[in-house]
Write a protein that binds this ligand. Structure first.
Ligand code: ADP
Length: 497
């Protein structure tokens, strides 16, 4: 039976006062008794009151994770048993997919059609992919040149991992972080974003239901400069994995210095999306739409700089603007919605500020640039916006907007466009649209980005590594690349003399 909005709002989970945090296998209120509210961004109504984690809660959660790690509560299970728990969690996510999708859509604003077809299945798939790795974390035997030595490596977990995640893909981000950390034998303290704590906490219930030992996963909702900063600086945390803004990423790195904890960062972007005149035009325009308007543009890989060859520029901008202005804007929970609200009033102000800045610098919105009618859409909505008459030096062409705003930039040659595309402090992703195989590979080789999509955009898979060049981050998530980020190598020398 399909789950409706009223079922969710009246569910035992949401009607707790407050929704509690998970520490050492127990659902508890914060030590301070403090709480915060989480909102539905399509209306501003309060969805739930949530326990607000602070320093003392983070301390308790880290102690619980340390105990679960050192006592062998997690590591003493066989790899097969640990893999089975991760697999079971994936099954539970699927069994509760309707509820999780609606919860995600309400808390974040994203269209339910995408939450149900992308966010939730991909989160489940992530746990399944990493369930498979638990039994395959092998070391090597090393052919050293010292006589009579047998030398091998072991791939060992790091210990207690702190994970700080953003609000744009709350459940997926939790899965991207938890699955590899747990597969590698670490224990975790996860801090969801203050705007969207609900699906991570519901996931915590499923983690308990799956039968994970106490303290292996602790989930502490709270704010960045309190709970997040305490976790990042904590002397007993061995590693921090962070996804969020480049600005906060730098703070995390500074906070990590005290005990030199390992750090991986998945940060911002201003990704170029390049359409050549020999591209399949229909596919390219649909791709450019998806690149910037998926998830209201609140995607770190958003294709926010659209480079279009001069010979097709007018045609592409006109068709893109038409498609953008036809998007169905509405509450995420409405199945017809294609573009939901932004996450918060702050994010709405930020995007509006950039749109005004674009105008004042001389750029022209061909479509969008306004809030839709407030009477019909009272939440934090903004129209999908396409800017023309943009120059590379304008603020809207350089800074990450994190909203449904794309700048269109004409170009003439391959060398010119790759040089301009690379002239950014970011290097997270890029798109290339062409039917010429040689050109596709030439351009993708020239682009300084951690991910290049050719004739597609915003495609992710648990098996495919993802991460940034330059100030878009350190390390990779997903695929076997992430295993290096959650393990350390021990080299063992045995004298056989
Ligand atoms: P955004 O600007 O898109 O909200 P942020 O980078 O600010 O993204 O937030 C991403 C995550 O980082 C959130 O969970 C937030 O609470 C957390 N965070 C924010 N500031 C800090 C900080 N100083 N230390 C640790 N975590 C932080």
């Amino acid at each position: 039976m399909a789950v409706g909005v009223s079922d969710i709002l009246q569910s035992a989970f949401l009607t707790q006062h407050p929704v509690k945090m998970l520490i050492k296998g127990q659902w508890v209120e914060s030590a301070s008794g403090k709480t915060f509210e989480t909102f539905d961004p399509s209306s501003g109504r309060v969805l739930a009151t949530v326990a607000e984690g602070g320093q003392e809660d983070i301390d308790r959660a880290v102690r619980a994770a340390r105990k679960a790690f050192e006592s062998g509560g997690w590591s003493r299970l066989t790899p097969s048993q640990r893999g089975r728990l991760l697999w079971k969690l994936a099954d539970l996510i699927e069994q509760n997919a309707d509820e999780l999708a609606l919860l995600e859509s309400l808390d974040n604003g994203k269209p339910i059609r995408y939450a149900r077809s992308i966010d939730i299945p991909q989160a489940a798939d992530h746990f399944r992919y990493f369930a498979g790795w638990v039994t395959k974390l092998e070391g090597n035997t090393i052919p050293v040149s010292v006589p009579n030595m047998f030398t091998y490596t072991l791939r060992e977990p790091l210990g207690v991992v702190g994970q700080i995640i953003p609000w744009n893909f709350p459940l997926q981000m939790a899965a991207w972080k938890l699955a590899p950390a747990l597969a590698c034998g670490n224990t975790v303290v996860l801090k969801p974003a203050e705007q969207t704590p609900l699906t991570a906490l519901r996931l915590g219930e499923l983690i308990c239901e799956a039968g994970f030992p106490r303290g292996v996963v602790n989930i502490v909702p709270g704010f960045g400069d309190t709970a997040g900063a305490t976790l990042a600086a904590h002397p007993d945390v061995d590693k921090i994995a962070f996804t969020g803004s480049t600005e906060v990423g730098k703070k995390i790195l500074q906070a990590s210095v005290g005990n030199l904890k390992k750090v991986t960062l998945e940060l911002g972007g201003k990704s170029p999306n390049i359409i050549f005149p020999d591209a399949d035009m229909k596919l390219a325009i649909r791709g450019a739409m998806n690149a910037i308007f998926f998830n209201q543009g609140q995607v770190c890989t958003a294709g926010s700089r659209l480079f279009v060859h001069t010979s097709i520029y007018d045609q592409v901008i006109s068709e893109l603007s038409k498609a953008a202005s036809n998007m169905k804007i509405g509450a995420g929970a409405d199945p017809a919605t294609e573009l939901g609200p932004l996450i918060s009033p702050e994010q709405l102000e930020r995007v509006k500020h950039y749109i005004e800045l674009g105008r004042s610098e001389g750029a022209v919105p061909v479509t969008g640039g306004q809030r839709p009618e407030r009477e019909q859409l009272p939440g934090y909505f903004i129209q999908p916006t396409v800017f023309d008459k943009v120059h590379d030096q304008m603020t809207i062409a350089r800074e990450e907007i994190f909203g449904p705003v794309v700048v269109a930039l004409p170009f003439d040659t391959i060398e010119e466009v790759t040089t301009r595309a690379n002239r950014s402090m970011y290097g997270l992703a890029a798109g290339v649209w062409t039917t010429d195989v040689k050109k596709a590979h030439e351009v993708s080789a020239a682009l300084k980005a951690g991910v290049v999509w050719i004739n597609t955009y915003n495609v992710f898979d648990a098996a495919a590594p993802m991460g940034g060049y330059k100030q878009s981050g350190y390390g990779r998530e997903m695929g076997h690349a992430v295993l290096d980020a959650y393990t350390q190598l021990k080299t063992v020398w045995v004298n056989l003399w």
